[in-house]
Design a protein around this ligand. Structure first.
Ligand code: PMP
Length: 419
């Protein structure tokens, strides 16, 4: 069934999968004596050489603290960091650089909005609406702010396919809804949510909308202005970049009115014991020395991604998804979990009578990396009556050969597991 890594041709250009794979050195290694098949991209993606080199160059040649020094190194590092911000602005199609706040990742971005926007604007009885599909990072910060303010967390249900039921979502919206926070793409099931419609509906009742884009950043076209969202969060490490860096996009008018959430260096203009004047955007939200190398590495990752033909990337990932679904369907004991009409290349499944961890361990012995468990989305699992799933998740550098390798290996270990 397997075929050699192929070239996928899109309308405008060629997507050369072999050349792309050469850019990711880790893909070349073996695990447990077998060539690695990396199918855990929803947890984190691998990094291209340009990212690794960018971080190395910073520490070898440019390392210096930013925004404070008058010496050349510091000025150069500051300039590079601000160029990285412009690169993120371009990637998101934000209107202004000042709307791009560097954080440590999606989790911190959401906590920032919860603690700065929600904590100061919400009162007892106000409502925050999330969905049953959310990652814990888009649930717990809202629960915490509900405890602090007396606001109420409402949850939009999903159907058995793992799709948000839009009618039920719309019914939960009211003048009390102050914040809607939903994922762009579900990490647990791969569902692509109709975020454009969700944002429209939320705005009709005057709610602000945060989109958790952790799983979407490099798996769907990105344009925060076209989306018209108020906040958008994503993590560098799921977007070919380093860990420990991420982004909060916020609409300038909202960010301007929000208080800082952490105090310290860089987020101030003047400090006296009597009065402190805060810095302008985006620095107001960037207290302390940031992850400078991480920001530069993230920009290198996004530049790498933006240089590709995004339409071809999406078509390639879709082909991987279709291939995985077809192979899954041919294993009678395998039940797919999450069968949304609009899905990213994330395939969650269970095999009757087999614990997902046992499957994951046996696949690892074959050099295949998948994830097993609740995927930090325990409410989705309990909604579907499961304690967890096995999940294979693919990215632009995966091949159809690798999808086949995952399912060939499942077929191979199944008799052992069912014994
Ligand atoms: N939201 C979603 C949908 C995710 O998949 C993840 C990471 N698994 C997060 C939020 C949290 O991202 P991070 O751990 O990088 O902050």
């Amino acid at each position: 069934m397997s075929s050699a890594p192929s070239e996928i041709t899109s309308a405008s250009t060629t997507f050369d999968i072999a050349a792309i794979r050469r850019d990711f050195p880790l893909l070349d290694r073996s695990v447990n004596g077998k060539p690695l098949v990396y199918a855990d991209n929803a947890a984190t993606t691998q990094k291209p050489n340009v990212v690794i080199e960018r971080i190395k160059r910073y520490y070898e040649y440019e390392n210096s603290n930013i925004h404070r020094g008058v010496h050349t190194l510091s000025e150069d590092a500051t300039e590079a960091y601000e160029i990285a911000r412009s690169c993120v602005k371009q990637f998101l199609n934000a209107a202004h650089e000042s709307e791009v706040i560097f954080t440590s990742g999606t989790t911190e971005s959401i906590n920032l909005v919860a603690q700065s926007y929600a904590r100061t604007n919400l009162v007892a009885g106000d409502e925050i609406l999330v969905s049953e599909l959310e990652h814990h990072a888009n649930i717990v910060p809202w629960q915490m702010v509900c405890q602090q303010t007396g606001a109420i967390l409402k949850v939009a249900p999903i159907n058995d396919a793992g799709e948000i039921i839009l009618e039920a979502f719309a019914e939960l919206l009211s003048a009390r809804t102050r914040i809607v926070a939903v994922g762009h793409i579900s990490n647990a099931l791969g569902t692509v949510n109709p975020v454009e419609r969700i944002i429209e509906l939320a705005h009709e009742v005057g709610a602000v909308v945060l989109i958790d884009g952790a799983q979407a950043s490099i798996h769907t076209p990105m344009d925060v202005q076209a989306l018209d969202c108020d906040f958008y969060a994503f993590s560098g490490h799921k977007a070919l970049g380093p860990t420990g860096v991420g982004v909060l996009y916020g609409r300038a008018s909202l960010l301007e009115a929000m208080p800082p959430w952490q105090g310290g260096g860089d987020m101030i203009k003047v400090v006296t014991f009597e009065h402190t004047e805060y810095n302008t955007l985006p620095y107001k939200f960037e207290a302390g020395t940031p992850n400078i190398a991480g920001g530069l590495g993230l920009a290198a990752a996004l530049e790498y991604f933006m240089a590709l033909d995004i339409t071809a990337v999406m078509a390639h990932e879709h082909a991987l998804l279709n291939c995985a679904i077809a192979r899954a369907a041919s294993i009678p004991q395998l039940q797919l979990v999450g069968t949304a009409a609009d899905k990213a290349a994330v395939v969650s499944f269970n095999i009757e009578g087999v614990h997902p961890h046992d499957l994951g361990t046996l696949l690892d012995q074959q050099g295949i990396a998948i994830r097993t468990g609740h995927h930090c989305a325990m409410p989705v699992m309990s909604r579907l009556g499961l304690s967890g799933t096995a999940r294979a998740s693919f990215a632009l550098y995966n091949t159809e050969d690798e999808v086949h390798a995952v399912f060939d290996a499942i077929e191979k270990v199944l008799p052992m597991l069912l014994d």
